[in-house]
Design a protein. Structure first.
Length: 317
């Protein structure tokens, strides 16, 4: 028996908007098995989980499964409904999505995680839950049990940014850059918050530490470049390196990525060319590096050629 076994699914009435569906509630969902998935479109953990949720929705909808995505934004720019709508299209999400900009559904579920899965039976009772990535086989078995069916599990392979992390070699944690949650910032000299300041990279950057070069303002949830040609450097140990970015008020901002001082070549991420060139066009997660050879400690440096770039968090895989 799980802690949720006799708790009824909370209301979804706090949604500020619905995508791919009219508003759904107990009356519309009565008799259906429901999988509620909390997500936010910049979350790498959700991006790597989404191929499974998408596959389950397609595989079991005719058996009575209704998947409902609840988009609860983490960063301020994720409140933009057009960006949420675009993210659903980019990820081929055709199931209903409740936009939870006011955190009403998040609060009703007492949820604390992206991603989070809640498994709800035909009587509206939460029978299981899972937070984070993984446990895919067991989760699908729960779905089958609630539907009263038993068959071969779906085959899922994530591609690009959705590919499963290289857990055996992942030794660098998620790192937020804004001072509200920042860790392991290693400026050559001291830092200043909520005001413009010139920074220099230290002579040596320790693994899992980051630094700035150029004129930046460190805010509560991000760092913002105030003058062209500013850089962020990070010493990491992982196959993949991602950075959540936004161009702010600008339409686009070109950038250049170096790995250990050179163009990344075959170790470029999906958002970077082999010569290290890329363009920041909208707020989202950017994959900067996918190591082609043996995973080892590397120093990533991203330089923005125009001001206005906003950087929020590094994630790895």
């Amino acid at each position: 028996m799980t802690v949720f076994e006799r708790l009824h699914m909370p209301s979804l009435g706090g949604a500020t908007e619905w995508l791919n569906s009219a508003p759904l509630g107990p009356a519309e969902l009565r008799g259906d098995t429901v999988l509620v998935n909390f997500w936010t479109f910049t979350c790498i953990n959700w991006l790597r989980q989404e191929p499974y949720v998408r596959a389950w929705s397609q595989a079991y909808r005719n058996d009575g499964l209704v998947v409902i995505g609840v988009h609860t934004p983490e960063f301020s720019f994720e409140h933009d409904i057009d960006r949420v709508r675009q993210a659903t299209k980019e990820r081929d999400i055709d199931y209903p999505v409740a936009v939870d900009n006011d955190y009403a559904i998040w609060t009703a579920f007492a949820n604390h995680y992206w991603p989070a899965l809640y498994f709800i039976d035909a009587d509206g009772i939460i029978r299981d839950h899972h937070f984070g990535e993984g446990r895919y086989e067991q989760s699908e078995r729960v779905i089958q049990q609630l539907l009263g069916i038993e068959r071969e599990l779906v085959s899922v392979t994530g591609l690009g940014v959705e590919a499963e992390a290289d857990w055996d070699h992942l030794r660098t944690p998620e790192t937020y850059l804004g001072y509200g949650r920042s860790e392991h910032f290693a400026p050559a000299e001291g830092a200043a918050f909520d005001e413009r300041r010139a920074y220099e990279l230290p002579g040596r950057l320790r693994v899992n530490h980051w630094a700035l070069a150029g004129d930046w303002t460190i805010g509560r949830e991000n760092v913002v470049l105030d003058r062209a040609s500013g850089s962020i450097a990070y010493r990491f140990h992982a196959r993949d390196a991602h950075l959540v970015l936004s161009p702010g008020a600008r339409q686009s901002i070109p950038f250049r990525v170096l790995l250990d001082g050179e163009a990344p070549g075959r170790s470029h991420g999906v958002d970077v060319a082999e010569d290290g060139q890329g363009v920041l066009r909208k707020g989202r997660l950017y994959q900067l590096v996918r190591e082609h050879d043996a995973v080892r400690e590397r120093t990533l440096e991203i330089t923005f050629l125009e001001p206005g770039a906003e950087a929020y968090a590094f994630t790895f895989g």
